[in-house]
Design a protein around this ligand. Structure first.
Ligand code: PLP
Length: 456
């Protein structure tokens, strides 16, 4: 173990010498030095200097039950001793894998009764992408292959995941998107809504889906994918008119609706899944993150009866899967994680108790002179920075202002994230009212800091 004092004090240098980080400019990172997170408890993480942070981002949107859960550690320990690994390819399964599939579907609604396991959300994107195409092919409609996704959506960073995502700067690396994926506008009223009301704008961008399907021909379109609330894109909560219209269009045009539940699933919005919050019924739903609260890597695709029926009876051998699909130890961690969510009533807590409390506290920031809007659903929140509230004008360098606030927060012991000029929060579902207050107070100081910096 890397535990000697000497090794620990060198860790930064070792990291710079050998470790390439995801989504990082390595030259800048090596110059600034990495922050080494060493341990965690509840909603707090501690770095290698012993500094304590309130983690208002739940790791990376995932540690829903909070850190330091002994029960999950015990479940993992026991499973490793009993059966550390076995595959699910050749007519076999393991008890936790099968029980996890059942457990997930208990909460997924009456029409969502099957699960295909992956190790991550990105792999879940690749998985449903293939399922959607083989589904239509099996139904004798092999031309239904195109997938419609959204600009500024995020669906992971594998080739299919990054292509489905609508991040231009990701597409530029590796000649993406791959063939057959097209993007329509996002329901980002604050910046793109112009003079329309949010409700009008929600309908307008939803109808872009209909226009795009008509343009491509419904016979050529397999599916539409969206996050219930865009996460990495900036916690963009769509206007109320948006999801019902999307749902109507998918039904009428007979294309599959894919709800990317990687963030919204497992309680974040005060419902088990984001599609339940918005009252829609998707055909496929990728999950990951909160499924195991990040304790071990596991993801999957929830498959509706409509699609599963075809997969079971008409596709034959679906040539897809991962060595670790349904890994027994990860499944054991996920089962224990879900047991905790159930036992502690965390979904209900977010819906009825801490979610409403948080919403009010978050909303209180909208009186700040550089805050354009402060929106949240459950414990997922976005805060728009603006130079002029009345006209919704953006700062001259939108990409820099969020970083400034974020860095100020981190210095003051609060971990938050920024996407351009939006501040994002997604704390563990166990956060207390006192911790919410602390978080809001520190964030407000970060906003003051930005305002004062801009004035200078
Ligand atoms: C994080 C994320 C993914 C990708 O999941 P990974 O586990 O990082 O591969 C996919 N979709 C959404 C909405 C996400 O937030």
């Amino acid at each position: 173990m890397l535990k000697t004092v000497e090794t620990m004090s060198n860790l930064g240098a070792i990291d710079a010498a050998h470790h390439l980080h995801p989504f990082s400019d390595m030259k800048k990172l090596n110059a600034a030095g990495t922050r080494i997170i060493q341990r965690a408890e509840g909603v707090h993480v501690f770095d290698s200097n012993g500094k304590k942070y309130l983690d208002a981002f739940a790791g990376l949107w995932c540690v829903n039950v909070g850190y330091g859960r002994r029960e999950i550690a015990d479940a993992v320990f026991n499973q490793i001793n009993e059966l550390p690994y076995y595959n699910t390819f050749f007519g076999t399964t393991t008890p936790p894998t099968t029980l996890l599939a059942q457990k997930i579907t208990e909460h997924a609604g009456p029409k969502m009764n099957h699960v295909f396991f992956t190790n991550s959300g990105s792999e879940a994107s690749d998985t449903w992408f293939r399922i959607a195409r083989v589904y239509w092919k099996a139904l004798g409609k092999p031309t239904k292959t195109k997938i419609i996704a959204r600009k500024n959506g995020y669906h992971g960073s594998t080739v299919a995941g990054a292509s489905l995502g609508g991040m231009k700067w990701m597409h530029e690396q590796g000649n993406l998107p791959i063939d057959g994926i097209v993007h329509i506008n996002q329901p980002y009223w604050y910046v793109e809504g112009g003079d329309l009301s949010p409700a009008e704008f929600g309908l307008k961008v939803a109808r872009e889906l209909e226009e795009k399907i008509d343009e491509l021909g419904a016979d050529n379109v397999a599916a539409f994918v969206a996050e219930p609330i865009q996460g990495a894109g900036g916690v963009i909560v769509p206007p109320e008119t948006y999801w019902p219209e999307i749902s109507r269009i998918c039904k009428e045009k007979d294309i599959l609706l894919v709800s990317d539940e990687v963030i919204c699933g497992f309680g974040r919005l005060g419902s088990w899944f984001g599609y339940q919050h918005f009252g829609v019924e998707p055909d496929l739903a990728p999950v990951a993150k909160g499924l195991s609260s990040g304790y071990l890597p596991i993801g999957g695709v929830l498959v509706s009866d409509r699609v599963a029926e075809v997969m079971v009876n008409q596709i034959g051998d679906f040539a897809h899967g991962y060595t670790y699909s349904g890994h027994p130890v990860c499944a054991a961690a996920a089962l224990e994680n879900i047991r905790i969510i159930e036992e502690e009533g965390l979904v209900e807590r977010v819906r009825d108790d801490i979610g409403p409390y948080f919403a009010e506290a978050w909303k209180s920031l909208s009186d700040h002179e550089i805050v354009g809007e402060a929106v949240s659903v459950g414990l997922m929140a976005g805060l728009q920075l603006t130079i002029d509230k009345a006209t919704r004008r953006r700062f001259a360098k939108p990409d820099d202002v969020g970083t400034l606030v974020r860095n100020h927060c981190v210095e003051n012991g609060l971990i938050m994230r920024a996407t351009g000029d939006r501040m994002l929060a997604s704390p563990p579902l166990v956060i207390s009212r006192g911790e919410v207050n602390e978080m809001i107070a520190t964030l407000r100081k970060g906003l003051d800091h930005l305002r004062d910096t801009v004035k200078e």
